[in-house]
Design a protein around this ligand. Structure first.
Ligand SMILES: [Cu+2]
Length: 157
């Protein structure tokens, strides 16, 4: 430490050393506290598949419940027993997400929060759950609502 201060003093007085009129600052904290690298959370958004099926006499979303992360994509597949669609319950989703959820639903919608009918076999319907808050998002299938075809997507950071 004494040597560093002495050298700094010498340098300060020597002409042409650094070119400044102040002694060079000696950073005594750098050794004790190495710079931390704040690496951003880099995670590719996942894709989840939900099948819309008729099993025996039961209309189902399979799986009927899934947990996703913000920005994930869910692909609904019209597997059997169609036509099917996805209709979210306005009173069973976080109110703050209502507009974003509706915007995430594209195509020939049957109404707000209500996706188009998937008529063709193996037709799919994709939704990206971005810009929505954490919580439970409950949905049904309009044609099979009375048959108890329902599901729940949970968004969790
Ligand atoms: Cu259905």
């Amino acid at each position: 430490m004494k040597a560093i201060a002495l050298m700094a003093g010498v340098c300060w007085m020597a002409a042409g050393c650094g070119g400044g009129d102040k002694p060079p600052a000696v950073d005594t904290t750098s050794a004790a506290a190495p710079a931390t690298t704040e690496a951003p959370m880099v995670s590719a958004n996942a894709t989840h598949d939900v099948n819309m099926v008729l099993e025996g006499t039961a209309y189902r979303f399979v799986p009927s419940e899934l947990t996703i992360k913000p920005g994930d994509k869910v692909i609904f597949h019209n597997v059997s027993g169609g036509p099917h669609n996805v209709q979210f319950w306005a009173d069973s989703i976080p109110a703050a997400s209502r507009a974003a959820l509706d915007a995430a639903m594209t195509g020939e919608k049957l109404g707000e929060l209500t996706g188009p009918l998937l008529v063709e076999p193996n037709q799919t319907y994709e939704m990206v759950f971005a810009g929505m808050v954490d919580g439970d998002y409950r949905f049904t299938c309009t044609p099979h609502m009375t048959f108890g075809m329902s599901g729940k997507i949970t968004i969790r950071q």
